[in-house]
Design a protein around this ligand. Sequence first.
Ligand SMILES: NC(=O)CC[C@H](N)C(=O)O
Length: 200
Amino acid sequence: MSKPRIGVLALQGAVAEHMRMLELAGAEAIAIKKVDELSEIDGLIIPGGESTTISKLMYKYGFMDAIRQFANEKKPVFGTCAGAILIANEIEHAPEAHLGLMDMKVARNAFGRQKESFEIKMPIAGVASDFPAVFIRAPLILKIGNNGEVLAKHEDNIVAARQGQFLAASFHPELTDDYRLHKYFLDMVKEYQTTGKASV
Ligand SMILES: NC(=O)CC[C@H](N)C(=O)O
């Protein structure tokens, strides 16, 4: 079977780092700069960075509707840090969501000033017992919808979750050499490719 093709939304943020991890995990990584490039990929990562900036650029280049359409085709989407904020359907203290794909409520910059940035090892269900998670002005997942699955918690707060084709992490899984969470996303993409084929 050929390698799954995974895109990284390349408007702002940690793009090259995600591409490197995807390649280590066995995918073909593609930087997505224009909407028509979405048709070339089987799954999409929306990286960390600054969610307001990425959102503005998404509107400017027509990505809002194009990514919603991509998700409608049952293709997996993984949002990390700012990317998790962008895929959430509810943001605390914000009047509206951005893409509103995944049924979860997030809070931005939720760790307070002394803990703006830190690294810990933590268990992630189905991924690792000791995953090195780097948090940088990270959001928290306050709640997830009924069919969502909590994958990781830090001090009782949800920091990684999955809901069907959607995966979200508060932290940056692309800043170390540990590509196990990228591998997990790759397996999700393969699962959806197989499901897609089986249903036709
Ligand atoms: N590292 C990050 O992606 C930080 C996210 C940023 N604090 C935001 O709200 O967009």
